[in-house]
Design a protein around this ligand. Structure first.
Ligand code: 3PG
Length: 206
């Protein structure tokens, strides 16, 4: 799978900061059934790698790791079965290791200098993070001006209320966010409803 295959597989990516209240397999099944097959498990909680491994076995799920900050975490995520890697930022050491591994990789950028470092490394797909705090859609529009060929997945402040506006931007292929399932959520039916609503917004935008 290429990074474009991944970004085109689903317009909305649930970014999961997993608590210990939900069965990871049941959560992944709920998200897939709702129409959100691409799932990012952030490495922010002690059970994230185990949960990622479990979720990677769910039929139809394309599970990756987020909050990957260095090559060691990249290796751990790949060993757990991650099919893509998301990072909050862009470092040479992580980018070079990710590119060498061949895994679809979405590093975070927020400035033109970040983008130029990414271009130097051969990258052209980025997470725009933290999307709303870094200036929202006007900031990404301005940043895209000199780099019209680049494509983005904004995360950070993306919610059901603004997802369609982000997805309407030419530079945006998909969005991600934690609003669909949070660490304190324990109601799978409620998560399923939020996921179904997110998938509907995504379908409309494509
Ligand atoms: C991320 O890592 O992508 C962000 O934490 C997502 O931001 P959000 O919590 O505002 O959705």
């Amino acid at each position: 799978m290429t990074i474009d295959d991944l970004m085109n597989a689903a317009p909305v990516i649930p970014v999961l900061v997993l608590g210990d209240r939900l069965d990871p397999a049941a959560l992944a099944e709920t998200l897939v059934a709702a129409g959100l097959p691409v799932i990012e498990v952030t490495l922010r909680t002690p059970w994230a790698l185990d949960a990622l491994h479990t979720m990677a076995g769910v039929t139809g799920a394309i599970v990756g790791a987020g909050t990957v900050r260095n090559p060691r975490q990249l290796d751990e995520a790949l060993a757990a079965g991650a099919k893509f890697i998301v990072s909050p930022g862009l470092t040479e050491s992580l980018a070079e290791a990710a590119i060498a591994s061949g895994v679809p990789f979405l590093p975070g950028i927020a400035t033109a200098s970040d983008l130029m470092r990414g271009l130097d490394l051969g990258l052209s797909r980025f997470k725009f993070f933290p999307a709303e705090a870094a200036g929202g859609r006007p900031a990404l529009k301005a940043l895209s001006g000199p780099f019209p060929e680049l494509r983005f997945c904004p995360t950070g402040g993306v919610r059901i209320e603004n997802a369609a506006d982000w997805l309407a931007m030419e530079a945006v292929t998909c969005v991600g966010g934690t609003w669909i399932a949070g660490p304190d959520d324990e109601d799978l039916a409620a998560i399923g409803k939020k996921a179904t609503a997110a998938a509907a917004v995504g379908r409309k935008a494509r």
